[in-house]
Design a protein around this ligand. Structure first.
Ligand SMILES: [Zn+2]
Length: 56
């Protein structure tokens, strides 16, 4: 579950598409288009990069 830092709405991580640019991973809030930063927390059990929200 990811929560928009701007409008505070939560989204199932399966329903928002993570994106990456030169500043790193992020997702755009479907509700308000706010750019929410994501951090790569390392590969999961299947070796795929796992993204999470930083606690800032
Ligand atoms: Zn939002």
């Amino acid at each position: 579950m990811w929560t928009c830092r701007n409008c505070n709405v939560s989204f199932d991580a399966d329903h928002v598409e993570p994106e990456v640019d030169e500043e790193g991973f992020f997702f755009l809030c479907p509700a308000c288009d706010y750019r929410n930063k994501l951090v790569d927390t390392g590969p999961d059990a299947t070796g795929r990069p796992k993204l999470g929200q930083s606690d800032e």
